[in-house]
Ligand binder design. Structure first.
Ligand SMILES: CCCCCCCC(=O)CC(=O)SCCNC(=O)CCNC(=O)[C@H](O)C(C)(C)COP(=O)(O)OP(=O)(O)OC[C@H]1O[C@@H](n2cnc3c(N)ncnc32)[C@H](O)[C@@H]1OP(=O)(O)O
Ligand SMILES: NC(=O)C1=CN([C@@H]2O[C@H](COP(=O)(O)OP(=O)(O)OC[C@H]3O[C@@H](n4cnc5c(N)ncnc54)[C@H](O)[C@@H]3O)[C@@H](O)[C@H]2O)C=CC1
Length: 504
């Protein structure tokens, strides 16, 4: 039922707002769908406006943002985007190019690797052809140009960078982009969690740099996280937000911190999933628990879709893994915290997920989608446990679900305390539209309120007592304060959050 409902919603409401989803969740199915359609545009727009106002004013109040010289609130309107460019045509760049072309925007797609460019050309063309088959129209291929030369971005007024998740590489690309593109072109990064401010500093126009974070598959998932760096101008953020709307996405403005909102919450969720494997679970068991809850893909199937190498590059960049890191250190801890190197070990075997035909699961070949349990992974887990003296125990479905979901929700409270998201609804929108959180459960913060904040607090305390080396399971101060104030409804959390100083 949940899947049917989610699918129907996707088809009937290309742009929906999470408040409507939540309202719909409390109504009978048919009425809910109708209400969602009625509300979607107005609510979507007001949610955008609220998020932006909140972001700018609290950022300015905290003294972290000042109007760039020559700019004013009057010229902070979104700018039209006539031509765009995408740099890096891997998993994400291809889907982003498709989204832009489908919105009627001419695109120059740049890739440094000629072989990869050919693969990307075929993939993008196939998606576009498939998409128009049903409508009986011609695919808009004339809007798309491919190139291996970065200088070809010079006519674009908005550029989206989607190269490997490597700060040094991205800084070099941003530096080069800022010297070859038009002086007023917007430079956007699709980084999944790197510091947008550092990238802005690599350019001559930090006020024109913003994060535009798409979600895999980028031409399918409805979410766009717009990350305003401390120096991003209102016009730049407004342009990215409006472009998101033109692409049929739900744009949510968020602050700049490692992982932003979505991936910052995904981190403890993925970590719990990895720890559960160490303790005796299999990828299929953990995924089954999450899929029965309503996710279209469990943590491991989703990780195979996104590409295990993306997170691996990120962890190497942070010095958590890579040559020289494991030597002399306990394998199960990093910097005093529990750390599971299982995903790193898979990557060392070249198992990057769907793209290499092997990851947590086995696929028909590179690019395959049907995930089959892989006996190799089960043997690998058994060997790993015995190497480290870990005793496998039965992990219940309830434990798998609670540890993954409640650690994610706990990080959501920390994000609210840090002022990185404008409110709980913004977090819910991010999870419903970006990660396939079951819409009928309203999003993680809505779910926390529905389950009962005191229950979440009690379960986190229970799991933290059992795993003192996992600080992410320690209940956040905001959760404690909300419970102490009588667990007010979601709409009133702001009154408790307000007492926290904004970090924006
Ligand atoms: C993980 C830790 C590391 C972090 C790394 C960075 C990550 C980030 O920064 C943030 C992220 O993106 S995380 C990933 C977020 N995405 C998700 O959670 C996707 C969850 N899955 C879904 O929503 C549906 O299964 C899905 C929509 C995929 C498919 O749903 P259905 O089964 O209902 O789909 P269909 O109706 O058959 O197809 C709809 C379109 O989706 C394409 N598709 C289906 N399965 C796919 C797959 N396995 N891989 C790629 N594309 C896929 C399908 O082709 C169709 O597209 P078009 O044919 O072009 O219309
Ligand atoms: N895979 C995912 O689910 C998501 C990834 N991201 C982010 O998007 C970015 C790209 O990720 P993926 O597409 O997964 O990576 P990928 O590895 O599939 O593709 C990266 C592409 O960039 C190309 N490239 C590298 N250096 C280049 C340069 N100097 N000029 C032009 N092209 C260059 C590579 O040849 C490759 O084709 C990363 O920052 C990642 O964190 C964001 C959201 C989701």
């Amino acid at each position: 039922m949940a899947r049917v409902r989610q699918r129907a919603r996707g088809a009937m409401a290309p742009v929906a707002c999470v408040q409507a989803v939540q309202a719909a969740a409390t109504l009978p199915y048919k009425q809910g769908m109708q209400r969602e359609r009625e509300l979607m545009d107005t609510l979507f727009q007001s949610a955008q406006a609220r998020a932006m106002q909140y972001c700018f004013f609290s950022q300015r109040a905290a003294g972290k943002w000042s109007m760039p010289s020559g700019a004013s609130w009057e010229n902070s309107k979104p700018r039209p985007v006539h031509r765009a460019a995408v740099v890096g045509l891997g998993t994400m760049g291809r889907g982003i190019a498709v989204s832009l072309v489908r919105a009627g925007i001419p695109v120059v797609a740049v890739e440094m690797d000629a072989k990869q460019l050919e693969v990307a050309r075929q993939a993008v063309t196939a998606i576009l052809k498939r998409g128009v088959q049903k409508a009986g129209q011609e695919p808009p291929l004339e809007l798309l140009r491919f190139s291996v030369d970065l200088r070809d971005v010079r006519e674009a007024d908005l550029i989206i960078e989607a190269v490997f998740e490597d700060m040094g590489l991205k800084e070099r690309v941003f530096k080069e982009l800022s010297s070859v593109c038009q002086p007023d072109a917007l430079l956007c990064t699709n980084t999944s969690g790197l510091d947008v401010d550092r990238l802005a500093a690599a350019t001559r126009r930090p006020e024109l740099v913003v994060g535009m974070h798409f979600f895999a598959p980028a031409h399918v998932m409805k979410l766009l996280e717009v990350i305003y760096g401390p120096r991003s101008s209102p016009a730049a953020v407004a342009t990215a937000m409006q472009l998101g709307k033109r692409l049929g996405k739900v744009s949510v403005a968020v602050g700049n911190c490692p992982g932003f909102v979505g991936n910052r919450m995904l981190k403890p969720y993925m970590e719990q999933a990895g720890f559960l494997l160490e303790e005796g679970a299999t990828p299929e068991q953990v995924d089954r628990a999450l899929e029965e809850f309503g996710f279209p893909m469990g943590a491991f199937r989703m990780s195979d879709l996104a590409g295990l190498d993306v997170g691996w590059r990120g962890r190497k960049g942070l010095g958590l893994t890579g040559p020289g890191v494991t030597a002399g250190e306990l394998p199960l801890k990093r910097r005093g915290r529990r750390y599971s190197p299982l995903a790193d070990l898979l990557c060392e075997q070249g198992r990057f997920g769907q793209k290499t035909g092997r990851g947590w699961y086995l696929y028909d070949g590179p690019g395959g989608r049907a995930a089959k349990p892989d006996p190799w992974v089960l043997r690998f887990l058994e060997e790993y446990r015995s190497r480290h003296g870990l005793q496998a125990r039965p992990v219940s479905q309830q434990e798998a679900l609670e540890r993954c979901l409640y650690s994610l929700i706990n990080e959501g409270f920390r994000i609210l305390e840090d002022g990185i998201a404008a409110g709980p609804q913004d977090i819910d929108a991010i999870y419903v539209f970006g990660y396939g959180w079951p819409a009928h459960r309203g999003g993680p913060m809505f779910h926390a309120a529905a389950v009962g904040l005191s229950v979440i607090l009690e379960r986190l305390e229970h799991y933290h007592r059992a795993h003192l080396d996992i600080p992410q399971l320690q209940p956040s101060p905001l959760l404690r304060r909300l419970v102490a104030s009588g667990s007010p409804p979601l709409q009133k959390w702001r009154e408790v959050i307000r007492s926290v100083r904004s970090q924006l």
